[in-house]
Design a protein around this ligand. Structure first.
Ligand code: UT7
Length: 325
């Protein structure tokens, strides 16, 4: 007997060329490199060029993930782009990615769960694959978050950046007695009662404009650590593991202090926690695959490792995904 499993076959990340340092930001708003590094652990962020859109960043990350996986667009039959900053209100950025990859086949759609988008998208593609709707998926987190920022608001503009990360997910049939592989469990949650704590004050149905990010930072912080650890425990329990079994924790890269707080609450040694927020800031749905691609590229995450992805963000939404690499 065999069982259907979804494995991650390749990972890729892309950051736009333009780097915006804390020092440069300090010439734009009343802030300092010291404040930003102490409170959030960010040194710099990348900003998409004029005329460079979310789908362009997504395509770069997707190409890198496909190269790592040894596949071409012909092999892909599902594209899910997790994004809060699509090129247009519609069509989905995913269909633009499909076009830019020269594909006419398969299906493509966007998924909107803000910073948790990538974790939601991995679980969604996993379900499509396990239910026979797809066999090989590109799951991409891509954002041009800089375009939602009020560059005069120091409480938000220092926190975010642009970027994209992607994985190729693939269906395999695993013998019952073979070592386990792939996505073992996902836990997804949301609670819309918190929407005003982190939101953008515009949209097609309200103002007809794009709007800017507003955040009650300390309130979001207060909820983050508890919500993150809840879904991590839920995913571990579903798969029959404990925190001690984890080789790597790949959290949403929003704030160094939140990541360290969640790691400490879980009892994880800091060397098992992947941290890249210093070099790209909070890239929303792109942050988890960017951190993942860094840790795979430098050889930390290896075949057989037990890896926990986790994110929390606007909505609120939060989620975790447990993967045997
Ligand atoms: O991806 C979605 C998830 N989002 C998050 O995880 C964000 C969660 N929240 C946070 O990371 C933190 O709450 C922030 C980094 C946003 C803020 O840090 P904080 O330690 O909670 O600071 P605070 O908002 O309580 O502000 C402390 C002080 C204030 O000044 P006063 O009132 O004490 O005089 C702020 O006006 O820091 C001031 N401040 C700044 N100072 C210099 C706020 N932003 C800045 C800034 N530079 N950029």
């Amino acid at each position: 007997m065999t069982k259907t499993r979804t494995i991650i076959r390749g990972v890729g990340g892309y950051l736009p060329e333009r780097v915006l340092t804390n020092a440069e930001l300090a010439t734009m708003v009343d802030t300092s490199d010291e404040w930003i590094q102490q409170r959030v652990g960010i040194k710099e962020r990348h900003i998409a060029a004029e005329g460079q859109f979310t789908s362009d960043l997504a395509v770069e990350a997707a190409k890198r993930a496909m190269t790592a996986a040894g596949v071409t667009p012909d092999d892909i039959d599902l594209i899910v782009v997790a994004t809060t900053t699509p090129d247009y209100t519609f069509p989905a950025a995913a269909t633009l990615v499909q076009m830019k990859l020269g594909m006419h086949h398969g299906m493509a759609f966007d998924l909107q769960a803000v910073c948790s988008g990538f974790v939601y998208a991995v679980a969604t593609a996993d379900s499509y694959i396990k239910n026979g709707l797809a066999t090989r998926a590109l799951v991409i987190g891509a954002e041009t978050f800089s375009r939602l920022l009020d560059w005069n608001d120091r409480t938000t503009c220092v926190l975010f950046g642009d970027g994209a990360g992607a994985v190729v997910l693939e269906k395999i049939e695993l013998d019952d007695d073979a070592p386990e592989q792939g996505i073992l469990a996902s836990a997804l949650r949301s609670d819309g009662h918190h929407w005003e704590k982190l939101y953008v004050d515009g949209g097609p149905s309200t103002t007809g404009t794009t709007g800017h990010v507003h955040m009650q930072g300390p309130e979001v912080f207060r909820h983050a650590v508890g919500k993150i650890t809840d879904v991590v425990y839920a995913a571990l329990e579903e798969a029959g593991y404990t925190v001690e079994d984890l080789d790597w924790f790949v959290p949403h890269q929003a704030n160094k202090r939140i990541i360290e707080g969640a790691g400490a609450k879980l009892g994880l040694p800091p060397e098992k926690v992947i941290m890249t927020v210093d070099i790209h800031a909070n890239t929303s749905a792109a942050s988890v695959p960017l951190a993942l691609s860094a840790a795979v590229a430098d050889g930390r995450i290896k075949k057989g490792d037990l890896v926990m992805l986790e994110a929390m963000g606007g909505g609120f939404t939060w989620g975790a995904s447990l993967i045997r690499w």
